[in-house]
Design a protein around this ligand. Sequence first.
Ligand code: SF4
Ligand code: SF4
Length: 332
Amino acid sequence: MARSTDDVVGRTLGRIGPRLIVRGGFLAYFVFISVRLLQFRAWALGTGDFVPRPEAVAGLLPIGSYMSFFLWLKTGFFDPVLPAGIVIILGALATSFIFKRGFCGWICPVGTVWEVSAWLGRKVLGRDNFRPPRWLDLGLRGVRYVIAAGFMIWLAAVSVQEAMWFQQLPYYATVDAKMLLLFGAPLYLAVIALAFVGMMLFGNVWCRYLCPLGGVYGACGVASACTVVRDPEACIDCGKCAKVCHAAVPVDTLKSVRAPECDGCQDCVRVCPAEGALTSRVFGRFRFRWWIWPLGVVVLWLAIFGIALATGHWHTQLSIEAFAQFMRIPGL
Ligand code: SF4
Ligand code: SF4
């Protein structure tokens, strides 16, 4: 009975496209809160009706949030202005240590947009995205870890006084809205359009070579509790798993996927035709159905969000009036 339920859930999700459901859901939520933030800003400037300010927009400012995160680690002081930023970081790190780069693979709205561009490129071109030769790919991937390490060292080195001073700036409380408006400016739209076309041709270059956060989560994901495991005895060497892997992991030659590029998308497990050859496992031992992976990512996020909400670590302590006042400062 349990097995048939597994099969029904797996087949239904597989048909609709699990990534479309989960990633699409998070992207839709991101668009929703972005619109709400702009509506809140319009209210603050006296040009619209009141709309509550969404807390999750703190994720728009990862540099500021990481600065607050390190401040919290050093002093125990939890950012009262944009606390949701630290909660989102904790969610992404927890996901990485349990479900590899699950944040990148199932949640990040930026990655979703670039994945769509790469997918569209494959459809339009009728072929795989162009990939650089292996030596260049390895070198470029290294760049991301250098950028990630540089960012983390720099942010961790910010002194307690400087980080606390930064948190008190009106700029810190309003930069999320400013960034959204910036992305809508003609120059930025042109850059985004150019990047979109580039990724249609060359695949998701941003997530693979450039995103510093992806580098951090990929490095954490090496120690992930859950992995994709290949059984060489059951494998029929068809190579389908490696071919379908958007992260270019040579799954068909590995015993266990430890690669930091793996975001746990589960495409390789789903495509494998040989029963038991490729499975998702906890600690390399306990096998589970592929759809438990995205379900686990979502449940983990909701659990972290719920704990933050219940313990008073999600909502800002700054008053709505203070946010509105900051937004009315000329130049902010
Ligand atoms: S296809 Fe497999 S190896 Fe590649 S990213 Fe997805 S889960 Fe990881
Ligand atoms: S798809 Fe399955 S059977 Fe084919 S190479 Fe990969 S693990 Fe082996």
